[in-house]
Every structure is written in structure tokens, then in C-alpha cells.
Design a protein around this ligand. Structure first.
Ligand code: FES
Length: 83
């Protein structure tokens, strides 16, 4: 059985204000629209003291910073559909 992809989004106040408030909704909608909810563990985490680079999130072992809603869609498309 394939391991679940783990998406972790920083919900600390800085990352949240810097964009994760919206990115959280974008990811939730993306997973629902692409029927990926059962293949993905989507979770939040507290501040990891990298606020200056935020908004921060990770997909499995890959860490991403400074995302906006367009770049997060691109990374999700690449990760799940290799496009
Ligand atoms: S709030 Fe996200 S790293 Fe600090």
C-alpha cells in the first residue's frame, strides 16, 4: 500500500497572516476537487521560528517557503500529477 502524502502547513500567527490563511483553504479545496483526501494527511503545525521565510509548509520531506496561492497549486500539480 502506498504511503500517504503528508502536507504540513504552519499555522503560527506570522505564517497565517503572510498567506497560510488562504493557502490552507486552497489546499483543502484542491484535495477535495481532485479526490485526494484519503491519500493525504493534511495537518497544521505551530511556529518553527522560520517566520521570516513564511508562509511555510512542507509536502513529505520537501519544505517550501514564500508561497502564494498560484505557486502552491503548481507544486501540488507537480507532486500529484507530475505536471
Ligand atoms: S509562524 Fe510559521 S514559522 Fe513562525
Amino acid at each position: 500500500m502506498k504511503n500517504k502524502t503528508v502536507i504540513t502547513i504552519c499555522l503560527g500567527s506570522s505564517c497565517y497572516r503572510r498567506g497560510n490563511q488562504t493557502i490552507l483553504e486552497v489546499i483543502k479545496n484542491y484535495l477535495a476537487e481532485h479526490d485526494l483526501s484519503k491519500e493525504v494527511e493534511f495537518k497544521g503545525q505551530l511556529c518553527t521560528d522560520k517566520c521570516i521565510e513564511g508562509p511555510n509548509l512542507s509536502i513529505d520531506d520537501a519544505k517550501y517557503s514564500g508561497f502564494d496561492t498560484n505557486s502552491v497549486i503548481k507544486v501540488l500539480n507537480h507532486h500529484f500529477f507530475n505536471k
